[in-house]
Write a protein that binds this ligand. Structure first.
Ligand SMILES: Cc1cc2nc3c(=O)[nH]c(=O)nc-3n(C[C@H](O)[C@H](O)[C@H](O)COP(=O)(O)OP(=O)(O)OC[C@H]3O[C@@H](n4cnc5c(N)ncnc54)[C@H](O)[C@@H]3O)c2cc1C
Length: 644
């Protein structure tokens, strides 16, 4: 059944967290009449936990969000107080950007962007029920019993559904400190057949800036020359804010003793917390228990902003009782006189089984109903934002029957994230790692715009000014590559002397600047310098390689493309097979029990996951190559029968 209106909005987004912001922003940017429903408008874009955006693999997600016209990268650039490119000495596949942000500013900047966005309304209310007619979502019911009608609803309720916060053995309802819990929506989702699970995440204490002894800790600075997150932030002023340092210290044996002595007061170990926590980002009590052999754990002391006194103590997330937190924190070097502004706590909340969603993040059963962010079992602002963007775009497309926007694993980390979620679900909070991506040399953060922006330009979510920036960069790369292909070094005595002085082997044949650039000791500035030296004093200097007009990000692209050409080519060939299998659609009504040779177990797995493509089916846990062969033969035979 299709929507019968009249509606208040075309797209309604429940939630103003990182998923909700991207969903509402993308929907409104695509011209849909959009509303964002939130329990607390002053907390829109609020960073519930650490005051940072990006990090390993997360940086890639933010760059992809930005390349697709999302808001997180731009907002980070405006709010950051320290920029750092992680793994900068390693290969380009694992380099990731991270920015420490002024937490209050991040949230305020996000709010002002959204408030000024044409077509977006912000509504303070709690959604308690999803309204359905036939198989179509038609809006939501609010706590006061009133209704808001919409053609598509995106749920981004984060850590709020039936949320309980724990500090020691005491509990309190609430999605995070200072916010209430959302009650009602979980029941409505269950009625719609969603399978819900209980997950948990935790946060460390916040300490008063002036109570810490920084002279005992190592200082950690950001990059001397910071680089922007956004490909499309071209304002002359950068960075926007003064840049600050963080500090490093460590736990020690005394700290661990205090924690261990109080295991019996930890809600994690006494069975009070039932939700499953993130294995890769454990609480300090978990670390002490699981890694007994380690006598210390690293801690980063990070300012939460330029004007606040709150320091975020990264690495000691905890839900131990307040008095235990005071005791163990004060055993740490530099924190001996720590004054607590907030104690650490854990939060338990309901999440849906993302296997019930399609790659658009729409429900497989209910048309127009989308879920994105922490509700799908992920953890992290970036993972949430990435899903919010895809759900927002698809909700916007769906309400006008304008097609679908799907990213596969070969398109980007966002594709990897969604593919993992919808095929495997999340039995513990899911976070992104570079190791989750098969073709990570292709899915680098530096080329996210080259990979994805053409699609965003086609959608219309990147505007003409942004498109212009993109095309200019693309042209600069092309013309730069042409230049280096067509500038040659000849095997003269002079050339070989210049090469020897630069510590590079001599040449016996004419070679292009491009071939010279492939040498490990070379980069484009060195190749240009060599070219200039070789031409110096010559009567008829051969054309000198001069890329002075080419932007630094285009130069970086040229270097990576040339130096890693062989590996990139190999990955491109490998992913062709995957691309083909993604293009073969499995009919949504296919009865897997009719396929000869499929075990009952594999039939069951296929029935639960309902894969949409052959590629998806092949990645389901337990689906063997033999089962795939049977599935493909069956689909081919059925196709033939239909054709006859
Ligand atoms: C205690 C704690 C610790 C965390 N630790 C980490 C960590 O270590 N590492 C990490 O990466 N991430 C951590 N996070 C998670 C991080 O905050 C989330 O991943 C991220 O904020 C999720 O974004 P989201 O948009 O999905 O949801 P949220 O940011 O949680 O936003 C949810 C939004 O939905 C709204 N909402 C919910 N229900 C309703 C309703 N029924 N009606 C109307 N509005 C509703 C809320 O008002 C809010 O605006 C932590 C979060 C908390 C609370």
């Amino acid at each position: 059944m299709s929507f019968k209106g009249p509606e208040d909005f075309e797209v309604l987004v429940i939630g103003g967290g990182h998923a909700g912001c991207e969903a509402a922003y993308s929907s409104a940017r695509l011209g849909r009449k959009t509303a964002m429903l939130t329990l607390n408008p002053s907390r829109i874009g609020f960073m519930s936990c650490n005051p940072a955006i990006g990090g390993l693999a997360k940086g890639q997600l933010v760059k992809e969000i930005d390349a697709l016209g999302g808001i997180m990268g731009l907002n980070t650039d405006r709010s950051a107080i320290q920029f750092k490119r992680l793994n900068s000495s390693k290969g380009p596949a694992v380099r990731s950007s991270r920015a420490q942000c002024d937490k209050a500013l991040y949230s305020l900047n996000m709010q002002s962007t959204l408030r000024e966005l044409p077509g977006l309304s912000i509504v303070e209310a709690e959604a308690t029920k999803i309204l359905i007619e036939g198989l179509q979502v038609v809006g939501v019911e609010l706590r006061d019993g009133s209704q808001i009608r919409a053609r598509a609803v995106v749920i981004t309720s984060g850590t709020f559904l039936q949320a309980i916060m724990h500090t020691g053995l005491s509990q309190q309802e609430g999605g995070r400190l200072g916010d209430v819990a959302a009650k009602g929506l979980s029941g409505s989702l269950r009625e719609l057949g969603f399978r819900l699970s209980r997950l948990k995440t935790g946060t460390p204490p916040r300490l008063h800036r002036n109570s810490l002894d920084y002279s005992k800790m190592a200082e950690q600075f950001g990059d001397a020359v910071p680089s922007r997150f956004s490909f499309y932030d071209k304002s002359a002023v950068f960075p926007y804010l003064p840049q600050v340092a963080c500090h490093i210290t460590y736990t020690n044996e005394k700290t661990h003793e205090w924690i261990e002595k109080n295991f019996d007061r930890s809600p994690m170990f006494t069975g009070i917390i039932q939700g499953v926590g993130p294995r890769y980002c454990p609480s300090i009590e978990d670390k002490v228990k699981r890694f007994r052999e380690r006598d210390r754990h690293q801690i980063f002391v990070e300012p939460e902003g330029l004007t606040t006194d709150e320091m975020y103590i990264n690495g000691i997330s905890t839900s131990l009782p307040a008095d235990v937190q005071e005791q163990f924190v004060r055993t740490i070097v530099g924190l001996e006189n720590a004054q607590f502004i907030k104690f650490g706590y854990a939060v338990e909340y309901d999440a849906v089984d993302a296997r019930q969603l399609r790659a658009t993040l729409e429900s497989k059963d209910w048309k127009g109903l989308f879920c994105a962010g922490q509700i799908n079992g992920t953890s992290g602002y970036e993972e949430a934002g990435a899903q919010g963007l895809i759900a927002g775009i698809n909700a916007a497309l769906s309400v006008r029957d304008s097609g679908e926007f799907i990213l596969s694993r070969i398109d980007g980390y966002i594709g990897v994230l969604i593919d993992d979620l919808i095929l495997k679900g999340a039995d513990e909070p899911y976070r992104m790692f570079t190791s989750r991506a098969e073709y990570r040399l292709l899915l680098r953060e530096d080329n996210a715009d080259l990979r994805l922006s053409p699609r965003a330009i086609e959608l219309g979510i990147l505007d003409s000014e942004q498109a212009e920036i993109f095309y200019r960069k693309q042209e600069a790369i092309q013309s730069g590559r042409e230049q280096i292909r067509n500038r040659f070094f000849y095997p003269t005595e002079k050339t070989n002397r210049v090469l020897a002085e630069a510590g590079s082997a001599e040449i016996r044949d004419k070679i292009s600047a491009e071939v010279l650039l492939k040498r490990p000791e070379m980069d484009l500035s060195k190749v240009q310098e060599l070219s200039r030296k070789v031409a110096e004093g010559e009567e008829d200097p051969r054309p000198v390689l001069d890329l002075s007009g080419v932007s630094t990000d285009a130069i970086e692209q040229i270097e990576i493309q040339v130096k890693y050409e062989g590996y990139i080519q190999r990955d491109l060939e490998l992913l062709e097979g995957l691309r083909k299998s993604e293009e073969v659609l499995i009919p949504s009504n296919l009865d897997f029990s009719l396929i000869p040779g499929l075990s009952a177990e594999i039939q069951g797995r296929l029935r639960v996951a309902r894969p949409e493509t052959l590629g998806q089916a092949s990645r389901l846990p337990g689906v063997t190559p033999a089962a795939m062969a049977n599935l493909m033969i069956f689909m081919k035979m059925n196709d033939r029968q239909v054709a006859q």
